[in-house]
Design a protein. Structure first.
Length: 227
C-alpha cells in the first residue's frame, strides 16, 4: 500500500470510510483527523477505539500549535488552557545514529559522528561505508521496516558481516592484513536508486515524519519488500 499507487488509494479510501462510520455526525472533526499526506508516508496505526475515544464528551482534539507552557497549563494562540498534568511525548532522535560514539575515517581527518548530522552517510546495503574499512552496521540507514519484523533485515546484514569478518580473519591468519570498504561509485549508485525509489513512497513533500532527515532525505525506511 506504500509502493503501489492503486493499493495506496484503496488503503486511503478504506481509512476514510472507517472514519466516516466512526464519526458520522461531526464533519469538522473528521476533517481535522484526515491527513493531507499520502497513505503510508507515516506509520499506519491499527485501532478500533481511537475515534470513539476522540468523540467522548470529556475529550477534545486540539490541532493548533502550542506556543509555550504556562504555570497552569498551555498557551495556544491567545488562549490559555488549564491542565493538571501535561505529558510531553512528541520527540525522539531517529537520525542521530552515532550519538556518544566517536568514529573517524581512515585518514583520521573526518569525524563521522559529527559530520553525520550535516551530510548523511551513504552506506552500501545499509551496512558498509566508504572510507571506513572493515566497518559494518546493523539496523541503521534505510533498513527499517514498517510492515514486518526487522529481524529479517538484521539476519541478512549479519550474513553479510560474517562473510566480511571471515575473509579478513583468514587473511590475518596467514600474516597479512585486508581492508574492505565499498567503492564510492557503488555506494553512490546504490543510494541514488534507493532515494529515487523512496521519492515514490515515504519522501512526499507534505509528509513530515521521523523517517526523514532535516534535508528531506528519507534515511530510516526501506521502500521495498522484506524479501
Amino acid at each position: 500500500m506504500v509502493v503501489d499507487q492503486r493499493a495506496r488509494k484503496m488503503g486511503a479510501q478504506f481509512s476514510k470510510d472507517f472514519l466516516t462510520r466512526q464519526l458520522p455526525f461531526d464533519p469538522d472533526l473528521r476533517a481535522r483527523l484526515t491527513p493531507s499526506y499520502p497513505f503510508g508516508c507515516k506509520r499506519v496505526l491499527l485501532s478500533d477505539d481511537f475515534y470513539s475515544a476522540i468523540s467522548l464528551a470529556h475529550v477534545a482534539l486540539e490541532t493548533r500549535p502550542i506556543e509555550y507552557i504556562t504555570k497552569s497549563g498551555v498557551q495556544i494562540k491567545s488562549e490559555e488552557v488549564p491542565f493538571d498534568t501535561v505529558i510531553f511525548a512528541t520527540v525522539f532522535q531517529a537520525q542521530n545514529y552515532f550519538n556518544h560514539i566517536e568514529i573517524s575515517d581512515e585518514s583520521g581527518g573526518n569525524n563521522i559522528s559529527r559530520d553525520w548530522r550535516r551530510d548523511p552517510l551513504r552506506p552500501l546495503q545499509g551496512v558498509a561505508v566508504e572510507d571506513l574499512p572493515n566497518f559494518a552496521m546493523l539496523y541503521r540507514l534505510n533498513t527499517n521496516l514498517s510492515h514486518v519484523s526487522v529481524m529479517l533485515m538484521i539476519e541478512a546484514q549479519a550474513r553479510y558481516i560474517s562473510a566480511m569478518v571471515r575473509v579478513v580473519q583468514e587473511t590475518a591468519d596467514i600474516g597479512h592484513s585486508l581492508a574492505i570498504c565499498p567503492k564510492p561509485q557503488a555506494a553512490a549508485e546504490y543510494n541514488d536508486r534507493l532515494q529515487a525509489w523512496l521519492e515514490k513512497t515515504f519522501a512526499h513533500p507534505e509528509c513530515r515524519s521521523w523517517y526523514k532527515a532535516d534535508n528531506g532525505l528519507v534515511t530510516n525506511n526501506w521502500p521495498g519488500t522484506a524479501i
